[in-house]
Design a protein around this ligand. Structure first.
Ligand code: GTP
Ligand code: MG
Length: 429
């Protein structure tokens, strides 16, 4: 109830503004980019009234867009009772101030919007600290520009810190707070390193789920947890039809019936033009990905912009310095698609439905192969007088089941390809 009331008060009527640089051959289509901005704006709780796009060969230093467009936005805002303008690019402090003065309502850029969503989503102490740090670093050089935003007393997009806290507005306080947060993050990091070294000792391979926001990473994690045979209580992760549903990295052990085990980590989703400060802030969290043995790149194949989203993820991974990892493309949500021919997949890629469980067995097989654990399942019949073979078999392979038959003990085993030859003679002809 209470959160709904807060949300209601904060519904902002937004005009989205995009800049289409006609001098560049853009690889990101402006319409796709605006679609994404609209999703982000809605996620932050705004109502989108219109999109206005400026086609221009160069950026205006004062307003970012041309004066004529500024007038158009002003008129539209007056006629339609808009109260916020959201730009698709990052603006400087003085551009924000000039625009706010000219248009007469709040102006926010894409970075502030994304940071705002992250601030609302952060759950863990570390996540909250990272987001606040990114927000303060964004604010610092813009303090003189954020005229309207500062006077809004912490309501509305761009002014909210993690947990509905109002962001600092005083330069000296901001600087002090930044130092304070960095110190706290250092402590968290030390803690994480201890945990990691314990994990490395456990020698289980690590598989990381990466991909665009809303692709279905967390849903896949939950489905794989469901296939896991561990007796521990299954700790499901939060999955929702929302951008940035996941902000905290979580790690779960997946144990399969044949004793194949690995650690699976779910990560924060990506989006194009992810603010740099934020990427930096999340580097520590995403370090988990750096230690992974295999990345599963989850792609929402049912999304018409899946190609752009796929490229975005690859770009962000590069920015994070992660480009030397084994990576497998996993096309998700195929239950929503009529055919998958249009996807034009290479042989290493796989189509799945995290929701319905389609092809998840194949996915696990692929994980096994990519991790270099090539095993085969076979039936062996060990004569009763070869007790030593049976005890050796228990060391070499995973014995799934045993049955006492006339000719001997029939064992269903999962065995590494490399040592399979040792037991050839016990296989049924
Ligand atoms: N139809 C269908 N929907 C799916 C499938 N997988 C996930 N979804 C839906 O897609 C939405 C997003 O799923 P999440 O698992 O939260 O996505 P995510 O990649 O973890 O997203 P972020 O945490 O925001 O990065 C949810 O509404 C899921 O129910 C699928 O295979 N088929
Ligand atoms: Mg998620």
């Amino acid at each position: 109830m209470e959160t709904n009331e807060i949300m209601e008060k904060e519904v902002q009527r937004a005009v989205l503004v995009g800049f289409n640089n006609t001098s560049k051959i853009e690889n990101i289509e402006i319409e796709s980019s605006m679609d994404e901005l609209e999703e982000l704006a809605k996620t932050a709780g705004a109502e989108v009234l219109a999109r206005i796009i400026q086609n221009k060969a160069s950026i205006d230093a004062k307003y970012y867009i041309g004066k004529g467009k500024v007038e158009e936005i002003k008129q539209f805002s007056l006629d339609n009772d808009a109260n916020v303008v959201i730009f698709n690019d990052e603006l400087s402090g003085s551009q924000i101030r000039n625009l706010e003065e000219a248009i007469g309502i709040d102006v926010i850029d894409r970075t502030a919007l994304i940071l705002d969503i992250f601030a609302q989503r952060a759950q863990s102490k570390e996540g909250k600290l990272q987001v606040e740090l990114a927000q303060l670093k964004y604010r610092l050089p813009r303090l003189t520009g954020l005229g309207n935003q500062l006077s809004r007393l912490g309501s509305g997009i761009g002014t909210r810190g993690p947990g509905e806290k109002k962001l600092e507005t005083d330069r000296r306080h901001i600087l002090r707070r930044i130092d304070d947060i960095k110190e706290q993050l250092d402590d968290v990091k030390k803690n994480r390193e201890t945990q990691r070294s314990q994990r490395i000792k456990s020698e289980l391979p690590i598989v990381a789920l990466v991909g665009y926001t809303n692709a279905g990473k967390s849903t896949l994690m939950n489905s794989l947890l469901n296939m896991s045979v561990s007796n521990d209580e299954k700790k499901y992760v939060y999955a929702e039809d929302k951008l940035f549903a996941t902000l905290d990295v979580s790690l779960r052990k997946i144990s399969l019936e044949d004793k194949f085990e690995f650690l699976l980590t779910d990560t924060v989703g990506f989006v194009s033009k992810l603010p740099h400060g934020l990427v930096n802030a999340f580097k520590a969290t995403l370090e988990e990905v750096k230690y992974a043995d295999l990345l599963l790149h989850i792609i929402d194949a049912s999304n018409s912009d899946y190609k752009l989203q796929k490229e975005t993820t690859k770009t962000v991974l590069k920015e994070l310095g992660i480009n030397d990892k084994k990576i497998v493309d996993v096309y998700n949500k195929i239950d929503k698609m009529e055919d998958i021919i249009s996807l034009n997949l290479d042989e290493k890629s796989l189509c799945v439905s995290a929701k319905n469980g389609t092809n998840l067995d194949k996915l696990l097989e692929l994980v096994r192969t990519e991790l270099g654990v090539e095993t085969i399942k076979t039936n062996l019949t060990i004569p009763y007088d070869k007790g030593n073979v049976l005890s050796q078999l228990h060391k070499d392979a995973i014995v799934i089941s045993t049955e006492y038959a006339e000719q001997g003990i029939v064992c269903e085993v999962q065995i590494d390809k490399d040592i399979h030859y040792k037991y050839k003679e016990f296989e049924k002809k």
